[in-house]
Ligand binder design. Sequence first.
Ligand code: FES
Length: 309
Amino acid sequence: MRLRLIRSTWLAEGVVQLEFADPAGDELPGWEPGAHLTLHLPNGLAREYSLCGDPADRTRYAVAVQHDAASRGGSAYVHERLRVGEVVEVDGPKNNFALTEAPAYMLIAGGIGVTPVKAMAEALHARGADWRLFYCGRSRTSMAFADLLESLGDTIVHADDDCGGTPDLGKVLADLPGGALVYVCGPEPLLAAVEAELDDPARLRVERFRAPERPAAGEPADEPFDVVCGGGRRFTVQPGASVLDTLRRGGLDLPSSCEEGICGTCETRVLAGEPDHRDFLLTDAERAEGGSMMLCVSRSRTPELVLDL
Ligand code: FES
């Protein structure tokens, strides 16, 4: 869909909130906390941003974007070039980080990772759920929604500059209520620290900004395999090439965004064969089921994969 940027507001140092609406004033598709939009920016880049507004307000979508010093072109474009009134191609909302039923919730946000977590905290607060939030960042002035989240209830805001350094996540995760799910969104070191501290990985739900580094050594060399699409069209995926690129070179028009296995845009149903999953999205249960795969990173354990394309 094409949406107009109707408002741009500073939320914190280096963080701008963008609000989009349908140019004709039509109602927008609904969404649940944890969902994101993919913005196709006029400079050709596609970027995912979590929705952080009110899901009940179907007249607008809000996302928050931090100016990333190491920007690969997305946040820099948003901050320096995108102007109110412009119309942008948008995909979504899509949700890879949905709240599932649990007796209690521990939410952990690092920096701009607060955006999906803010919508979750508001929803859990509204439904009277048992939840707590730990929100960490470099300095309070750069942490969007800090005051709002503190006002909701059981929220700890930890700014490294004010608190004398990085947080003790062992303490944060101690004494979690039985059955509590842990939702975390933030930079990779925070996700790794939470993973290391948590005794039961099945309790963890993660939303990543970027794919973590893959170990370079010790991986077996990739083998070629065939992909079969609708109408029996067959393509050979060579080592070093992705399924996505191979199919595009073969003339298929396929959507993608992150091309790192973290956004789900290229998820495709698998009709036969066993994928070699290399994404950072699917759960162990979803992988075992083998019902879908991310074409941008995953490969095949069988000589042939049949895809629903
Ligand atoms: S394009 Fe994002 S998971 Fe494939």
